[in-house]
Design a protein around this ligand. Structure first.
Ligand code: HEM
Ligand code: PLO
Length: 487
């Protein structure tokens, strides 16, 4: 710090007073692609001013790893934004909450609760398989009719997190599930887009369509979360822990009775518990269902990949039983396809913005305290120095010449982030994606309905990279015509 006069700062986009670099960011392209293209002119680490905020964009894996791993704690903060404050009651959750003892504590709590109910237990495999069976039944009932799989995939995934969080599930057509679909769409369409309100907080005083949609959607979500919480409190006896909500309630009771070594200041308030569950529920549903939709869209574009997955399923799993998590180590082509989907269409192409908690550096550049650091995962996953023809969908890049899985063909791959802010649901998401896809493809061949176009692969940028709706025909494969499906 004594060398401040030697400090070098990342190259900055042209600056305009008041509106910052907004004009230069105004592009018809979605931000992750625009930020990727700006590298040609400004290099792979550059900055801009947006209103009063100083933003740094990171576009390569060396810098990304420095930020997330080597200096993870220094860059472990989160910005407060108008939209995420509405969603999380001013950052009382894990994903949008700033670095603090309370954040650390909730992260740990959820991590251990998830491993207790989810990862590594037979229970979770049973839960996912039950939903996979139910999904396959729905596909059967739509034989030869074009179906929008999105709500079906979403319900399957919702029921898995519902089981983990609340020990419940929804049947087809459940009105509460419909409400959830609706409010969640409202949130995904509006939250954390770094829309104008996030840059200019004073725009809040003007009527703003997005903002009121967000407020209404969040109110509906909170009503649902509060109802679940109330039911759990009433049924809670402190002995049997059935789900994540019980686990959180138990931790809260322990602090209140002072019979644990949980420090008081970690803030196990009702708000914190609700927002934590909101995160797991929201992240659990929106991310995993998005990956499944992308996978289906790509399989329609690449029927040869679908055939390869089915040949592998037929050879390694056969027709006498259902796919199991233990099949993961044998189904290399399916695993490679999933890895490739996560590469080519990362769910979270800009991660969640990080914030420098103190002055630091990235490479040879000084980064000032409070700078927002955005990791452009899209640039990492489409870096032509790291990937052969990065725009091509090619699962083989994750396989060696004997068809065995290569776990990391390039260091420029991190669909779940890395370091202290790494995704909490990675293991759960991977189990779900694997089981749902293997169940579906073991029984069905997915086809584009006659006369329909192939799904659009461009994606719609938001808090997750969304897929445009499309329809599918899920044709029962001949071998399965006379076999019953039961979990
Ligand atoms: C954070 C990816 C599924 C819970 C993140 C981040 C990414 C990510 C990129 C941000 C990392 C950062 O800002 O540096 C994904 C992908 C998923 C997925 C690709 C599905 C394939 C899930 C699931 C859950 C979950 C199923 C819940 C069970 C979270 C939470 C955070 C997070 C709580 C915030 C962590 C923090 O800020 O400390 N995820 N995620 N995710 N994810 Fe996931
Ligand atoms: C999705 C809509 C829900 O109604 C609320 C919600 C909570 C947590 C968010 C999630 C949304 C989107 C995906 C996020 C997740 C936390 C971590 C995850 C941002 C907004 C990712 C991919 O980073």
């Amino acid at each position: 710090k004594s060398h401040k006069h030697h400090a070098r700062y990342p190259k900055s986009l042209p600056w305009f007073p008041v509106i910052g670099s907004l004009l230069h960011l105004g592009s018809h392209l979605p931000p992750h692609i625009h930020f990727c293209n700006l590298q040609k002119k400004y290099g792979n680490l550059y900055s801009f001013q947006m209103g009063s905020r100083y933003v740094v964009i990171v576009n390569n894996h060396q810098h990304a790893k420095e930020v997330l791993l080597k200096k993870g704690k220094t860059f472990g903060g989160r910005p407060r934004t108008v939209t995420s404050d509405i969603l999380t009651r001013n950052g009382k959750d894990i994903a949008f909450g700033d670095y603090s003892s309370s954040w650390k504590f909730h992260r740990k709590l959820v991590h251990s609760a998830l491993s207790m109910f989810g990862e590594g237990t037979i229970a979770i495999e049973k839960i996912i398989s039950r939903e996979a069976a139910s999904l396959c039944q729905t596909l059967i009932s739509f034989q030869n009719n074009p179906l929008d799989m999105a709500p079906e995939l979403t319900r399957a995934v919702t029921n898995v997190v519902c089981s983990l969080c609340f020990n419940t599930r929804y049947s087809r057509g459940n009105p509460e599930f419909q409400t959830m679909l609706e409010y969640s769409k409202g949130i995904v369409d509006t939250v954390a887009k770094d829309s104008l309100v996030d840059i200019f907080p004073w725009l809040q005083i003007f009527p703003n369509k997005d903002l009121s949609l967000l407020r209404n959607s969040v109110a509906k979500r909170d009503e649902l979360l509060e109802k679940k919480m109330k039911e759990h409190k009433e049924a809670f006896c402190g002995e049997t822990i059935k789900d994540l909500t019980d686990a959180l309630l138990k931790a809260k009771l322990s602090t209140e009775n002072n019979n644990s070594n949980i420090p008081q200041e970690v803030g196990l308030t009702e708000d914190h518990l609700l927002m934590t569950i909101g995160d797991i529920f929201g992240a659990g549903v929106e991310t995993t269902s998005t990956v499944l939709k992308w996978a289906v869209a790509y399989l329609l574009h690449y029927p040869e990949a679908q055939v390869k997955i089915q040949e592998e399923l037929d050879a390694k799993v056969g027709f006498e039983r259902y796919p199991l998590l233990s099949d993961r180590r044998n189904l290399h082509y399916l695993e490679a396809t999933i890895a490739e989907v996560l590469r080519i269409r990362p769910v979270s192409p800009l991660l969640i913005p990080h914030v420098a908690l103190e002055e630091s550096s990235i490479g040879e550049y000084t980064i000032q305290k409070d700078a927002r650091v955005v990791i452009n995962l899209w640039s990492l996953h489409h870096d032509a120095d790291e990937w052969v023809n990065p725009e091509d969908f090619n699962p083989d890049r994750f396989l060696d010449k004997n068809g065995n899985r290569i776990y990391s063909p390039s260091p420029s791959y991190m669909p779940f982030g890395a370091g202290i802010r790494v995704c909490l649901g990675e293991a759960l998401a991977k189990m779900e994606i694997f089981l749902f896809l293997s169940w579906i493809l073991q029984r069905f061949t997915l086809e584009v309905p006659e006369g329909d176009q192939l799904p659009n692969l461009e994606g719609k940028f938001g808090v997750v990279l969304q897929v445009n709706p499309f329809k599918v025909i899920a044709k029962l494969r001949n071998v399965w015509k006379n076999i019953e499906i039961a979990a």
